[in-house]
Design a protein around this ligand. Structure first.
Ligand code: HEM
Length: 204
């Protein structure tokens, strides 16, 4: 009997030891971090993904009223300026070259990053074509809302104008016609730049 009792006690003690070892093991098991909840930050902040137009490849913009008045200048009369610029084809080359030069220009290229350059190539062409009276309508936005918040300075505008001048020279636009066109664009300066030369954030 004594032996049996001793045996039972041994079994009980070893069972208790096994239990406490198991619970110790359970306590020491590395805690798995809770699975990271997949947060849809775009949804959280109300950001909707923009989809490019399948035909033009352009990104949608907020609705606005289309009007030639958005071009910011009245067109020239007659067809003299359109011819001096080589008609629609010449104007397209000049607008595209102006954009390409500006995108590659270390002075201002950062301003164009993350913008829809396909749209800019199209609308700048339309604007030039409309102002030069070469038979286009301007379908883009007005200058103030298009440039609001870009932080462009007078120096940036000068750089862009130099690029336009180079594009006009490259396409053999007579010097007098170049100057007449620049004089049309000049009054837009206060709509495409922000006051002062200082930016809130330094550009990379
Ligand atoms: C007289 C001078 C200028 C003219 C005629 C002009 C013309 C235009 C036009 C037609 C658009 C497109 C509007 C639209 O998308 O509906 C535009 C947009 C834009 N312009 Fe200008 N611009 C001028 C000066 C500048 C300068 C100096 C800079 C910077 C160096 C600049 C940077 C931009 C940028 C980044 C956009 C795209 C804005 C966006 O994506 O919302 N522009 N500009």
């Amino acid at each position: 009997m004594g032996r049996t009792m001793k045996g039972i006690r041994v079994i009980a003690i070893s069972a208790a030891l096994m239990l406490s070892a198991a619970s110790l093991h359970a306590q020491q098991a590395p805690q798995e971090p809770p699975p990271e909840a997949a947060v849809d930050w775009d949804k959280e902040f109300g950001v909707t993904e923009k989809t490019r137009d399948p035909v033009t490849g352009e990104l949608p913009v907020d609705p606005y009223v289309q009007s030639n008045a958005n071009a910011g200048a009245a067109p020239f009369k007659g067809d003299g300026m359109a011819r001096a610029f080589g008609g629609k084809d010449g104007i397209r080359r000049i607008a595209q070259s102006t954009v390409a030069r500006s995108e590659a220009d270390p002075r201002i290229k950062a301003i164009f990053e993350k913008h829809d350059m396909g749209r800019l190539r199209r609308t700048l062409f339309e604007q030039f074509c409309y102002i030069l009276n070469a038979g286009c309508d301007y379908t883009g936005r007005a200058m103030p809302p298009s440039h609001k918040g870009l932080g462009t300075t007078r120096a940036d505008l000068n750089a862009l104008v130099e690029n336009l001048q180079a594009a006009m020279r490259e396409n053999r636009v007579p010097f007098a016609a170049q100057n007449r066109f620049l004089a049309k664009l000049a009054p837009m300066d206060r709509h495409v730049t922000e006051r002062g030369e200082k930016r809130l954030l330094p550009r990379r």
